[in-house]
Design a protein. Structure first.
Lengths: 462, 462
């Protein structure tokens, strides 16, 4: 209650302050509502769902936003794409296809803890493009990691979590940040960021995102399991049982079922259609709708399955609302205004220093955020504009901020909803996330902003 | 498969036909897609979800609709209102408030079968304004009717369904059509119809709908239990146990719980705010969002509850898509075109004959529809325009068609999703629905188009 009162007082105070010179009162008021909404999530005053709905209602009742503008996010093609992808991902899980792919990788590469970690990471990296909900992906990966750990006798209930499970869990948890960095469609807000970047005349699509992300992500993915093996080692480094376990599971699964085959066909169709959507002139969201229709038509997925997926509706509601607000704030010129201010502050530094400071502060800011989505919606546009205003390399900065939005997920336990399952398993302690998650985030920051930045600038010079 | 092939051939045939003279090819193509979508639902080729998604994808891929136009329904305030109301209704059920209200009515009025029928009907009529999902309302009423029937020893498993249960079930099932007629917010498509009517400069809001519907609906509600008592009688006409049963249940429930009190407060707040929304200039959908936020904030309803409500997402998807298509068809002038054609056909008749023929054909058409929503979306605009073109009383015709959209729900077993629960209980046979449902629909048609029409015309003459 104190917290709720505090956040309302903060909101009213911000609202009452005069708008900075040159900014319209409406833009300032929307900022007051928006930042209070975000802070109420950061400080756990409200859930992201309640915070968003309250923000929406206040914005409409105070006539800061028209109902049309406030609701517009619900029909945004990106928001609808996420909803469809969420449901399609569930059918990949339901059909058994996701687990089969994972088991096959483990069967081939799982003889050592390191090999096992790499195979889980590879699984994630490969399935990621069809999973714009990284939370859904964590839901698929987690039971596999969990089963592999247990099959090797590593179980928190027996006090043997450090034997293998903790190591694999942490690798997979941090790995989701990397797999999300690799593909435009591997994380909900990647396309949102791309849409913001489009305002600067830079087209980020499925192909050039993959190209830009490939080198730094592969380097980070190669280093991640190895670094954790040193700083957060499993006591069992050799896991001879894992391939056998996977083989046994595959044997039990038998040949691919009809459902798996259909899902695989739809899965491949979607990836091809998404990759070629620009050339064929097909709307990406309509492609996703088609994918869902095919899964429903073939009975692989049923309305009864969707009935259990109210989570997709929850995600749609808060995501659409924050999307509407952020876009309205952008359209009112707020981002530009603040971007110019930050740019002035950083103006004294040399260009490279300004660049790294911008990205570094953007990353450090994530200590305050519960949601990667909220972080991107609140700060990405501002930081990008600041950089643009300073004359920094736009595509380079855009990608560095976008990749950061994904890899900084492990900086805190609540940095991403993906972390929750891993931590709730009992294999990873909360204080370990702050320690090793912070270390990994710093490591990723360095890799992406050296090798990665060079690569992006080089690729975009053609 | 044959059915699916048939419907696709029909769709392609319609598409290939030249557009009637004076109609743009785009409008004709959208009609071909839309009517094929509706027919595929009517003939049970696809579920309404799959049919809508396929229609959407085809409309976008053929460039008949832009993605923006095709997705626009998702951010429509009416569609969002339905989604919010769906969730709020669930929390009324969850809190126990709905059942308490019902039990109290039964305790007071339930000594005879007729009194019991009236009390169930009154319950429905009173709670209806806060339940734009009549399906959700049927979900609340059904378990009460069921419990009351069983408490009186009427049970299909014992072969005693005719003792009391069949009669009460049929009354309640048909009653939902009447309670939906009474309030603008008692049925999902009522506001959609009102929005279409607004195109003719007639404002239908919460208050004037209630006024217009009050007299004929009360007459129909008074007659309904009495008519069924004659044609579909229970063998047990006196039910001395019902008040006791209700009292016992209420005793078991004890005093109102905190959750019930909160829900009641939110419930009352919503009804007041909706009723005053025009005066206060508050967006009705934002009010519904606020209601949900209050229920979530107070913990009466939780995100975990919403997680089970994927049905709301399913409803939103097909409803938004059909809404987008229907509105696009309207905007392209299709409704006007067909309305003029029908008007020409009916032109020879006198004005009163033309009026009743229009409403009668509109009602009879419902034999072909599974969904009241689809019926309204496909035909309401066309029939209304036909009437307008003939110079009939616009408000009178609009209301007669809107009321019909509600009361014709019992004309067939599949005429409304509300019927499904009642029929699945084993108390009512399918052939009985065709017989007595048809009879009741005819009765309602007569009541609304005599007393009701006179009343509406008189009320609107001021």
């Amino acid at each position: 209650m104190y917290k709720a009162a505090g956040i309302f007082i903060l909101g009213i105070t911000l609202w009452s302050l005069p708008a900075p010179e040159g900014m319209e009162a409406q833009a300032w008021h929307l900022f007051a509502i928006f930042i209070t909404t975000i802070l109420s999530v950061v400080f756990r005053v409200f859930s992201i769902l309640v915070a968003s709905i309250l923000g929406l209602v206040i914005a409409i009742f105070t006539q800061t936003l028209s109902p049309e503008a406030a609701f517009s996010g619900f029909s945004n093609n990106i928001v609808l794409l996420i909803v469809m992808a969420f449901l399609i991902a569930k059918s990949v899980v339901k059909s058994g296809l996701g687990i089969r792919i994972a088991l096959q990788l483990i069967m081939r590469f799982g003889k050592t803890a390191l090999g096992l970690a790499y195979s889980l990471l590879a699984t994630d990296l490969l399935i990621a493009p069809a999973f714009p909900s990284n939370t859904a992906r964590s839901g698929l990966l987690f039971p596999i990691v969990y089963s592999v750990a247990k099959a090797n006798g590593s179980d928190p209930e027996l006090g043997t979590e450090k034997k293998l499970g903790s190591y694999l869990m942490f690798t997979s948890m941090a790995g989701i940040g990397l797999s999300s960095s690799l593909w435009l469609t591997a994380m909900a807000v990647n396309p949102v960021g791309a849409a913001i970047v489009a305002n600067y005349g830079i087209t980020i699509n499925f192909s050039n995102w993959l190209l830009a992300a490939s080198l730094p992500t592969i380097v980070a993915a190669v280093i991640l399991p190895w670094v954790l093996l040193k700083v957060y080692p499993p006591t069992l480094k050799i896991t001879p049982d894992a391939p056998g376990y996977a083989k046994e599971q595959l044997g039990r699964m038998g040949n691919m079922s009809k459902d798996e085959k259909i899902t695989l066909a739809v899965f491949i169709l979607l990836i091809i259609a998404w990759a070629l959507s620009d050339i064929l002139g097909l709307d990406r969201t309509a492609i996703a709708f088609l994918g869902l229709a095919l899964l429903l038509l073939t009975g692989v997925y049923t309305p009864a399955d969707i009935r259990k997926e109210g989570e997709a509706l929850i995600t749609m509601i808060w995501f659409a609302i924050l999307f509407s607000m952020s876009m309205a704030l952008y359209n009112m010129g707020f981002m530009n205004y603040v971007g110019v201010l930050i740019a002035k502050e950083i103006d004294g530094f040399s260009e490279p220093a300004a660049f790294f400071l911008l990205v570094f502060f953007y990353v450090v800011f994530h200590y305050l955020f519960v949601s990667q989505t909220a972080h991107l919606l609140a700060l990405f546009g501002v930081f990008l504009f600041a950089g643009v205003d300073l004359g920094l390399h736009v595509a380079g900065l855009a990608y560095m901020l976008l990749f950061a939005t994904n890899y900084f997920s492990v900086i805190t336990p609540q940095g991403s909803s993906c972390n929750v399952l891993y931590i709730s398993s009992g294999y990873i302690r909360v204080d370990e996330v702050y320690k090793y998650g912070g270390l990994l985030t710093l490591l990723f920051f360095i890799i992406y902003n050296t090798i990665g930045l060079g690569w992006v600038v080089w690729v975009f010079s053609f």
